[in-house]
Write a protein that binds this ligand. Structure first.
Ligand SMILES: [Zn+2]
Length: 514
């Protein structure tokens, strides 16, 4: 329905002064530009890579903000001290925050960790330093954990790490003589590292195709997360070169994404049986239909398709139960809040802790709820009435009513009625509210123009019939009846023919007096 993304409605926030960012994924920084528009003085704290991504995003909206690049030094805000903790995730420089209150009667620490996993191999960023976390927190009598639940059910991927993908990907890329296309999350810099390394080793040229993949690639190179001398060709490439390794963003079937454009022939790459497509990403629930559409398109063009259900092509960036249990052992929380997952995942996560870790008190909270830490270290939850998310389309907020109108027009088609009459008469029935029988004479009748959009041709061919029927209906309207009657009449008329009611919009126009 043309909605690009949702952002929270923060109208209940009272002039926030600081924003702390854990990492640069779209679902964590996508709303920052809108927040900066509402609170231009807010100070943003983020690790260098996250800060660079936010800056580019703001520049896209022609905005500037006060961004403090955070090199992991403790930050003091009022009585609170906040220390970043390095964790693993599918984007570099992801941080958890360890928060303590310097003046608390009962010392407490709170570890806030949004998206994370544990990868001790060192092949996907600095390993999560569990020992340091344990050393820093073990003496606090109250230890509160807020942690990501997104992948809590992903038991089957417990041991798959980024480094495990190198060989399977290299084998597939190596065994192909033709072009290889890889669809991936553009922000997954570790995957870009793996793929550019394979390209070097197999003498292929990397072609990053799509705006977002180029943005992430440049930002990673600017910050030294990717080498500068990689075999990457962004422009003036030969699309037909069989040694191309083409990296495509939009693996979720995004409507304007590179993957979709390539699959539907809207790119310089003309596809055929010599091409292989690797899906190095999972499908985010809800996007299945879009992605399968694309896979079908590729299959029809005889491309070879490699998909994660059969091959090892993707490692999740989120903690499994095993990772989570490791974290619980290191941090040993007294209180636990599952966050950042759908409602059933939060409940699963809650149950997992309740059943397996009797020493931990689990809670469920919802957006905008407040956790109060009392002087004795006991917690209390203040429930807040939530607000609904806002729809963003292009640069602006789209109201809920407008989205619903779009849905109706998109689903049922629309009929536009224009009732045109000379100004003198039109003023009389301005429009129709109280027309006497005399005024509703045939010579005063408006000219009815009809336009249809998104409706079957056989209905459009009946426009003259509808014009006649409406003219008769107009003559038969009683003084109490309004133009709305013409709308209802048109809906019923169409439904009798096509079996459903289209949207109908009526408006009036005046013709100059003759
Ligand atoms: Zn993330």
């Amino acid at each position: 329905m043309g909605v690009d993304y949702l952002i929270p409605d923060w109208s209940i926030l009272q002039n926030p002064t600081h924003l702390l960012l854990t990492h640069g994924h779209e679902d964590h920084i996508g709303a920052v530009a809108h927040l900066v528009k509402d609170f231009p003085k807010i100070i943003i704290h983020a690790a260098p890579f996250t800060a660079a991504l936010v800056e580019k995003k703001l520049a896209f909206f022609d905005l500037k903000a006060h961004i403090e690049v955070w090199h992991d030094e403790p930050l003091t805000l009022g009585d609170l001290q906040i220390t970043p903790v390095k964790v693993n995730h599918s984007i570099p420089q992801t941080r958890g925050f360890l928060i303590t209150d310097l003046k608390a009667t009962t010392p407490w620490c709170l570890f806030y960790i949004s998206d994370f996993k544990i990868d001790l191999s060192g092949q996907a960023g600095t390993p999560f330093d569990l020992a340091a976390l344990q050393a820093q927190t073990k003496d606090f009598p109250v230890r509160i954990l807020l942690a990501d639940s997104t992948n809590h059910l992903g038991r089957d991927q417990s041991s798959l790490q980024e480094g495990d993908l190198y060989l399977p990907l290299k084998n597939i890329i190596n065994q192909h003589d033709g072009r290889v296309f890889v669809a991936l999350f553009a922000s997954n810099i570790y995957r870009l590292q793996t793929l550019t390394r394979i390209a070097q080793e197999t003498s292929r040229t990397v072609i990053p195709y799509g705006r977002s993949i180029n943005t992430y690639l440049h930002t990673a190179q600017e910050l030294g997360l990717l080498a500068e001398d990689l075999p990457i060709q962004e422009e003036h490439f030969n699309p037909l070169n069989p040694k191309n390794l083409v990296l495509l963003s939009g693996p979720q079937g995004d409507l304007r994404g590179a993957l979709r454009r390539v699959a539907s022939g809207e790119s310089p790459f003309k596809l055929g049986a010599q091409d292989a497509f690797i899906f190095s990403s999972k499908i985010i629930p809800g996007n299945e239909r879009r992605v399968h559409q694309i896979i079908n398109r590729l299959a029809e063009q005889k491309c070879r398709i490699y998909y994660p259900h059969k091959y090892t092509l993707h490692a999740s960036g989120h903690a499994t139960q095993e990772d989570f249990a490791t974290l619980l052992k290191a941090f040993a929380p007294t209180d636990f809040f599952p966050i950042h997952g759908e409602s059933y995942l939060l409940q699963e996560h809650y149950d997992f802790v309740a059943q397996n870790f009797p020493a931990i008190r689990p809670y469920i909270i919802h957006n905008f709820d407040q956790i109060e830490i009392n002087p004795d270290g006991q917690l209390a939850i203040q429930h807040q009435e939530g607000t609904h998310p806002l729809f963003i389309a292009g640069n602006t907020i789209l109201e809920k009513e407008a989205v619903s109108e779009r849905r109706k027009m998109g689903t049922n088609g629309v009929i536009f009625l224009t009732l045109e009459a000379p100004a003198k008469t039109a003023a009389h029935y301005s429009f129709l509210k109280s027309l006497t029988k005399r005024q509703r004479k045939r010579e005063n009748a408006p000219r009815i123009l009809i336009t249809m959009r998104g409706l079957p041709l056989m209905l459009q061919e009946k426009i003259p019939l509808l014009q006649n029927a409406l003219a008769q209906k107009w003559m038969a309207l009683s003084p109490e009846e309004s133009t709305d009657e013409l709308i209802f009449f048109t809906k019923r008329w169409a439904a009798q023919i096509i079996g459903y009611r289209p949207e109908v919009v009526a408006h009036f126009s005046t013709t100059p007096e003759r």
